[in-house]
Design a binder for this molecule. Structure first.
Ligand SMILES: *Cc1c(COP(=O)(O)O)cnc(C)c1O
Length: 388
């Protein structure tokens, strides 16, 4: 803000240009992550009491009551630094996953681990292969380091295009990264496809499998048991999971990575900030792991409500991609940003997609029954007004 100190416009502009020149070229040209709007902002701007926040794939049940109790019990200790090694949480995760604690890295959200991976491994010109449409940070963090990013599209049925992946992976790459199930599409790479992509990936790359939505399909017979498959490979890999979705801890920021080798964890430890996981996040995550019933209840709610929303959207004539996660991705038949703006005036926040070729697609999270009704009813009203 120049106004307070009354700096002349020319000096203000000069400084802006200077900063751009000082910045690393890769940072200067970086895209900005589309993080979406908060419920409070929309509430104030449109004066709407009830907001259906369906843009960030949060858990409509919230966190387990056991998590809330654990946070309350720890609140008095907020003057004390957190454990920089997250030892208790890594131990709990080792028990939960069967992976040695020494092979586990904790992040301030799994996005923090994506950031560490970029810092630790990528240099200008390195090649990264990922998916499109994609989780924005799979592209943004590699570009931040000056890497070249190859993006492999989904096929016409909005499924992983395994052949296209195999072709893309014939060229050397430093890192291969995709989410399974995918965000934003919701498609699942099955066992066979997973094995083929792993086989095709260069032996000397880092495989990053982002399983942010693991809990929503871990019991599906077609979902690859990535840890088992990858354990048979003597090559670098890391599987990322998070407490933000099925565990309902998005606001606390805690995710984890299960790595092929302690050296991978050690490399990530060097590039992270020392106290990246705050006390509350560590305490809450340990408590969350002890309440699996809450996770099962969350998944049951999402599965039930997803079917209803999928049917409602199809009945309205929209093409909806099949989803294995807690959101749906559909072609809304018009610029998605326009529909998103109209829905905002009804108190509904969704995520309009912005990647090339997907400007008419929106991603909507599965909320509770009331949120989902508000979304579908608002959508019907908008369509009716357009038709009138
Ligand atoms: C939500 C999401 C994340 C981020 O999770 P955090 O742990 O909250 O940082 C990572 N990857 C994918 C694919 C996601 O959808």
């Amino acid at each position: 803000m120049a106004s307070d100190l009354a700096v002349p416009d020319t000096a203000f502009d000069h400084q802006q240009q200077l900063l751009k020149n000082l910045a690393r070229p890769a940072a200067r040209s970086l895209g900005v992550y589309n993080a979406g709007l908060s419920a409070e902002v929309v509430q104030q701007k449109y004066g709407i009491a009830r907001i259906a926040k369906l843009a960030s794939n949060e858990n409509p049940l919230g966190a387990s009551p056991q998590v809330v109790a654990a946070l309350e019990a720890d609140a008095q200790l907020c003057a004390i630094y957190s454990d920089a090694s997250s030892a208790a949480l890594r131990k709990a995760l080792a028990q939960d996953t069967g992976v040695d604690a020494g092979n586990i890295i904790i992040g301030n959200g799994s996005e923090d681990i994506l950031h560490m991976l970029a810092l630790a491994f990528l240099s200008p010109g390195d090649r990264v292969v990922t998916l499109i449409p994609s989780f924005g940070l799979h592209e943004i963090f590699p570009r931040m380091m000056g890497a070249d990013v190859t993006m492999v599209g989904v096929n016409a049925q909005q499924q992983f295009d395994v052949e296209a992946w195999e072709t893309a992976l014939t060229t050397p790459a430093k890192m291969v990264i995709f989410s399974n199930p995918s965000n934003p599409v919701g498609c699942m790479l099955n066992r066979e496809g997973f094995a083929r992509i792993i086989d095709a990936a260069p032996q000397d790359c880092v495989l990053v499998i982002d399983e942010a939505y693991f809990e929503y399909c871990e019991t599906d017979a077609d979902y690859p048991d990535s840890l088992r498959v990858l354990a048979e490979q003597s090559r670098p890999w890391i599987v990322l999971r998070t407490f933000s979705k099925a565990y309902g801890l998005a606001g606390l920021r805690v995710g984890y990575g299960l790595a092929s080798h302690p050296e991978l964890v050690s490399l990530l430890d060097r590039v992270r900030t020392p106290f990246n996981i705050n006390r509350s996040a560590q305490v809450a995550a340990v408590a969350a792991l002890q309440d699996k019933q809450h996770v099962r209840d969350s998944i049951a709610l999402v599965t039930r409500e997803r079917e209803i929303m999928q049917a409602d959207l199809s009945a309205l004539g929209f093409h909806v991609a099949p989803s294995y996660a807690n959101f749906l991705f559909f072609d809304c038949g018009r610029p998605a940003t326009e529909l998103a703006a109209e829905l905002l005036t009804c108190g509904v926040i969704i995520k309009p997609w912005r990647e090339t070729g997907y400007e008419q697609w929106v991603r909507v999270s599965i909320g509770n029954e009331q949120d989902n009704r508000q979304f579908i009813d608002s959508l019907k009203r908008i369509l009716a007004e357009d038709g009138a």
